[in-house]
Write a protein that binds this ligand. Sequence first.
Ligand code: GLN
Length: 258
Amino acid sequence: MSTSDRRWSVLAAEAALRIAALYPEQMNIYADRGNIAVLSRRCQWRSLDVSVTSIGLGEPLDGSRFNLIYLGGGQDDDQRRCAADLIETKRDGLLAAAANGAVLLGVCGGYQLLGHWYELGEERIDGVGLLDVETTRSDGPRLIGNVAIETSLPGGPAGATLAGFENHGGRTRLLAGAEPFGRVIRGHGNDGRSGDEGCRSGNVIGTYLHGPLLPANSWFADWLITTALGAATPLVPLDDDLELEAHRAACRAAGLSG
Ligand code: GLN
């Protein structure tokens, strides 16, 4: 075994991705559980220790146990039920995890719930307020279709492309000082007008990209894993021919040459 292989096996033995999947039954529109599968498999292929804990309605979240927390998208009804539960049983855990530097990824409805609120007419569904965004359900059409965005993440490739699919009635507004996750190249993004997509505050990320997101954007899956483990853990490259083809296909679907 070479020195670098030995170093790698030591790091692999120490690093452990501890994933909390919140509300996998309710917040899983478009089979967003595929995102969790991608994260797990990419760790397993590298002999990295990985665990996935599903945490449902009524179950508390111990934020100190996880370095990656995932909250997917859902229909308004499911979102409503989960929002109340999120505040009651998981908000403190989420805040603690974010303060510890854990990665929090919210997709669509999950993104909206990481913000301050999701307003539907007279009704206001409170979120946890980790992202400085507000979402309002407008009378306009749902924002649906293939989408491509450009994003630059710390330690990640500059101006990298993510491709996916969006379907949301809510329009999300970034409050002053909030940073978008990316810029829309094709599609609608946060509100169909601003050119902003999603929001990022440190390791807390919200995005409207389904697809599910990670099977078609393996570079981003690896960025999430690296960030959750701490950038000191180098990831060995994988044979990503199929993943890159999936990425190109998603880019083409969004109208890019891919
Ligand atoms: N219910 C939310 C909306 O329509 C989120 C939908 C979703 O998660 N795809 O805006």
